[in-house]
Design a protein around this ligand. Structure first.
Ligand code: DGL
Length: 269
């Protein structure tokens, strides 16, 4: 049995959507999650700052003896993954590559990509999708208001539906057939988004493919944790750290996960 954990970091709470996908795919793995709540949002920060914060987050997770690091934050994944991959001895995986693969497979004609201002300005999704599908038409759009709406818990709310309409109807009118949810918070709005733009547009959740990739990497390295037949509840063994305000993380995080979160600790990074 391999006792090392999967390290996950995000700017804050949103990465719990990726955490959820990882746990669904690999319920036997222990996860150490770090949310940098003291310094979020990352989505409105510069590349240099995002890289610096991401390196500090990774350093914290390394002290927790993790075997792989998952960069759940799309803004961090857009800028910091190559730096982390070059400097760390363990595998580092971001959500952009996996999400782009999911978006590019199939017969799509026009792909929409939405994310924070940082993610959209980086052009990371566009570049990666085009490596897989040269010439494909991509329309990108920053949707910064989605993050605070989700954190407010306004998931099924008329204001949220209006904002979705404002941001996404122009993409629908331009004929997208696929929409990449390029931000940790957006999968929480999946139903609300589909309710506004319709079910014909395929929504891509990068977290799902990222979890598949992590599984494949750990399996190929022989690092997957075997099931412990004695223990049925694996959720409680995970560790959660934040850089500020653990109570808020717990409250909002429970909306993301639709279940209880055990103790949340303050990380000194
Ligand atoms: N986690 C961020 C992302 O996926 C969204 C929140 C933030 O801006 O920090 O880009």
């Amino acid at each position: 049995m391999n006792l090392k954990s999967i390290g996950v970091f995000d700017s804050g709470i949103g990465g719990l959507t990726v955490y959820k996908c990882l746990k669904e795919r690999m319920p036997n793995e222990k996860v150490v999650y770090l949310g940098d709540t003291a310094r979020l949002p990352y989505g409105s920060k510069s590349a240099e700052t995002i890289i610096k914060f991401s390196e500090e987050n990774a350093r914290f997770l390394l002290q927790k003896d993790v075997k792989i690091i998952v960069v759940a934050c799309n803004s961090s994944s857009s800028y910091a993954v190559p730096t982390l991959q070059n400097s760390l001895d363990i595998p580092v995986i971001g959500v952009i590559d996996a999400g782009s693969e999911a978006a590019a497979k199939g017969s799509q004609k026009k792909i929409g990509v939405i994310g924070t201002t940082a993610t959209i300005s980086s052009g990371a999704y566009e570049t990666t999708i085009r490596e897989k599908r040269p010439g494909i038409e991509i329309i990108s759009k920053a949707c910064p208001l989605f993050v605070p709406l989700v954190e407010e818990g306004w998931i099924d709310h008329r204001v949220t539906r209006m904002v979705i309409e404002e941001y996404l109807m122009p993409l629908k009118e331009q004929g997208i057939d696929t929409l990449v949810l390029g931000c940790t918070h957006y999968p929480v709005l999946k139903d609300a988004i589909a309710g506004v733009i319709g079910n014909e547009i395929t929504l891509v959740d990068s977290g799902i493919t990222t979890a598949d990739w992590v599984y494949v990497i750990l399996k190929s390295l022989g690092w997957l944790t075997e099931p412990d037949m004695e223990k049925k509840e694996t959720f409680i063994q995970d560790e959660f750290y934040v850089t500020d305000f653990p109570e808020r993380f717990k409250n909002v995080g429970e909306i993301f996960l639709k279940r209880q979160i055990p103790a949340v600790n303050v990380a000194d990074i």
